[in-house]
Design a protein around this ligand. Structure first.
Ligand code: SF4
Ligand code: SF4
Length: 203
């Protein structure tokens, strides 16, 4: 049965538990960064950062408003990156979960073609191995009946994981509740992706 993740950004406090949890589970090293004038760190996804809490800091009149978006692969239902791949089985869709998985064979793909196909600018390349990498929905954990690490790490309850049908139902219910405070709230591309974002204001 296909799975899905709901990311309720209205509950995200930018603690970055998901970001750190992902790195720890993957055993990725720290990536040196510099202060860029924003609390977002690192500035972008890398081959060692599959999850990144993006910070939007902006003025609304005289008030500074922050908005947080825990970015990662959406595990598209009909994934453009998979569709443009030229090497057999370099990018596969797990039939049980629907997760889009990059294999070692991605090292033989043209990185620009794969990267440019993604509507969300997710794929990154390991400069040493040339493999193209991204979030794998923690397929190892999911197959062992564990939650994806980012979902497990979220102390605010901003992320949920489960059967796609159940997550879509939960998302619709949560949207109705959030709309009382944020009338423009929306679920982003819910029919096309398996990582569904609930946002307070559609971009
Ligand atoms: Fe591929 Fe991008 Fe969709 Fe992820 S979000 S499955 S990298 S097209
Ligand atoms: Fe990282 Fe796993 Fe979450 Fe993907 S599902 S962002 S690999 S922790």
């Amino acid at each position: 049965m296909p799975k899905a993740i709901l990311v309720d950004t209205t509950r995200c406090t930018a603690c970055r538990g998901c970001q750190v949890g992902c790195k720890e589970w993957k055993n990725f090293p720290a990536v040196p960064t510099k202060q860029q004038g924003s609390h977002q760190n690192p500035p972008d996804l890398t081959h060692y950062n599959f999850k990144l809490v993006r910070f939007s800091e902006h003025l609304d009149g005289d008030t500074v408003k922050w908005y947080f978006f825990p970015d990662c692969c959406r595990h598209c239902v009909d994934a453009p990156c998979k569709n443009v791949a030229s090497v057999k089985d370099s990018i596969i869709q797990d039939k049980d979960t629907g997760a889009i998985i990059y294999t070692d064979l991605t090292a033989k793909e043209d990185f620009k073609t794969i990267k440019d196909s993604c509507p969300y600018d997710i794929p990154r390349q390991d400069p040493a191995t040339k493999k193209i990498v991204k979030c794998d929905m923690c397929i190892d954990r999911v197959k062992a009946n564990l939650l994806p690490m980012c979902v497990k790490s979220c102390a605010m309850g901003a992320m949920s994981f489960g059967e796609r049908a159940d997550i879509l139902k939960q998302a619709a219910e949560r949207l109705e509740a959030v709309k009382k405070e944020f009338p423009k709230a929306a679920l982003l591309n819910k029919d096309d992706v398996s990582v569904i974002f609930l946002v307070a204001d559609e971009p």
